[in-house]
Design a protein around this ligand. Structure first.
Ligand code: GUN
Ligand code: FE
Length: 517
């Protein structure tokens, strides 16, 4: 990379990042420079004392208006790579934390489809989506992979909001044409037209995205918002729909594909019924040219050995969503096995199958899921037990694992020089409102590894002082303090909520008047 690029920001202090699946690096007394394009220009280790700092800065010719812009992190503060949520449903945010009594297929019918049909009203999307993007950013999700709904205008709006808020986002207009209420069933030709129109719209959101770069990155690496082809899952797409989307995937051969795969046993059986001539669930996508290195498949709990082999062969990947898997009683995914098979794995919140918006919550539940598998992996014989996911592995899944799943491993995921600065400034010491929050007290500030471990298992968004995407501060306690965000118009809110509630109480869709059945 070019050394003459202007250095825009410099951080001094502790940086923690994954260097491989089972190895994290703690950089103490680090000095990191971020250039004007938001890329990491240099990372120097063990830079102690003013003199040494000056020496390094002069090596990098850092003088901006005669003043060095160094942000000195204090004891108890550290930088982490931003979290990557590889699977979530922005439209389902209003249902998060509710509807926990039913498994997937019934849950979709009773709670999820009715809510999603509300997004035929752009005004409802305008109320919900800014909240979702703001809340995910506040939780440290610098990159989010979203399902919207089938509705073109609302889906475009979600992409626009992510773009405006500065979140790195992958956004899909959902495609579905069967096994759903009428108002959520598309006609294939129309659907494909709308999907193309959506793709064009999102690609046009930052048409100059590549201008700042000197050709070192792949185009998609530097894009802030990316469209995603989104067949909901094999249950709600006919072969005709899947085939048409497979063709689009060929035409737009640098945009990703997302769907659900093997989440629930009834679902797997239903897919077998719907596609009796296809060997297994994974092959349904493969046969329709939707399984390749750009495919982000949520869940993957009940995959056979041959399905895992096929996923590996195609270099597709799995978004592990443990909170959702527990909440809607889907099962426990054996992530260790996927990793041992060499399959790409990232973490997802899967709102509202999952009840929590934060990747920290996904980390904790992934830890629990791996412990459940470990405990049941052999008859109390410790030697034979599958190892639960370790702290470095959990950090990897939340950052680099997600980056690899999105084919962004050369762009984000850790603090390697040349990558873009998507980062969290974690603060375990400074009090925030509302206090008190005393989980870090009583341990030695200088024990960085323990501090980090505590943050991963007990911390929350109050500890996120600043959230950066491409070098820009876009959220965090400090950001919110300085940019009091506006709230939405309450008159409009009342009208929209009245409509939604009328619908919920009547059990009928406000648009097609179809019953929820
Ligand atoms: N499978 C198909 N649609 C969905 C959804 O909205 N959530 C989850 N968890 N699984 C799905
Ligand atoms: Fe999902």
């Amino acid at each position: 990379m070019s050394t003459h690029t202007e250095i825009a920001q410099i951080f001094h202090g502790t940086f923690i990042h994954p260097v491989s699946l089972d190895n994290l690096e703690i950089i103490e007394n680090g000095l990191m420079g971020v250039d004007a394009h938001g890329r990491i220009a240099f990372v120097e280790r063990g830079v102690i004392g003013d003199l040494k700092i000056r020496e390094v800065l002069s090596k990098w010719k850092v003088v901006v208006n005669g003043e060095e812009k160094v942000r000195f992190l204090t004891m108890g503060q550290f930088l982490l790579p931003g979290f990557i949520d590889t699977h979530t449903h922005a439209a389902q945010y209003p249902n998060a934390g509710t509807g926990r009594d039913l498994p997937l297929l019934e849950w979709l019918k009773k709670y999820t489809f009715p809510l999603e049909s509300s997004f035929s009203l752009l005004s409802y999307a305008q109320k919900i989506y800014p909240i979702v993007v703001d809340q995910l950013l506040l939780s440290g999700t610098t990159t989010a992979v979203y399902f919207a709904t089938i509705h073109l205008e609302s889906s475009k709006y979600l992409a626009q909001v992510a773009y405006e808020r500065g979140q790195r986002a992958f956004v899909g207009k959902v495609s579905m044409d069967c096994n759903a209420p009428n108002c959520l069933i598309e006609v294939v030709e129309e659907s494909i037209k709308e999907t193309e129109s959506f793709v064009q719209y999102v690609l046009g959101l930052d048409p100059n995205e590549n201008n700042d770069y000197d050709g070192e990155y792949e185009r998609r690496g530097t894009r802030l918002v990316t469209p995603v082809l989104t067949p909901r899952f094999a249950v709600s797409c006919t072969s005709k729909m899947l085939e048409a989307l497979g063709k689009l995937a060929k035409k737009y051969d640098d945009i990703p594909i997302q769907s659900h795969l093997s989440e629930n046993q009834e679902e797997v059986a239903f897919v077998k019924e719907l596609f009796p001539h296809i060997e297994n669930y994974t092959k349904v996508y493969d046969d329709h040219e939707l399984l390749n290195d750009r495919s982000i498949m949520a869940h993957g709990i009940y995959l056979s050995e041959s399905e895992r082999a096929l996923i590996k062969e195609r270099n597709a990947g799995i978004s592990h969503c443990p909170n959702s898997n527990f909440t809607i009683l889907s099962g426990v995914c054996n992530v260790r096995q996927l990793l041992d098979d060499g399959i790409k794995v990232g973490l997802g919140t899967d709102i509202s199958g999952g009840s929590a918006k934060s990747i920290l919550n996904a980390v904790r539940n992934a830890g629990v899921a791996s412990r459940v598998i470990s405990m049941s992996s052999s008859n109390n014989d410790n030697e034979m037990r599958q190892q639960p996911l370790s702290l470095p592995e959990l950090l990897y899944l939340a950052t680099m694992g997600g980056a690899r799943l999105l084919n962004l491993e050369n762009v984000i995921g850790n603090f390697q020089v040349g990558k873009e600065f998507d980062a969290l400034l974690v603060d375990t010491v400074t009090p925030v409102d509302p206090a008190p929050f005393k989980v870090f007290e009583g341990i030695d500030d200088s024990d960085v590894l323990r501090m980090f471990e505590k943050f991963m298992f007990l911390g929350d968004e109050r500890n996120l002082r600043a959230v950066y995407v491409k070098g820009r501060m876009v959220s965090g306690v400090e950001f919110i303090r300085n940019n009091k965000s506006s709230t939405s118009n309450s008159d409009d809110d009342a009208i929209i909520m009245k409509k939604i509630n009328e619908y919920k109480n009547s059990g009928r869709c406000p648009v097609c008047n179809d019953s929820k059945n």
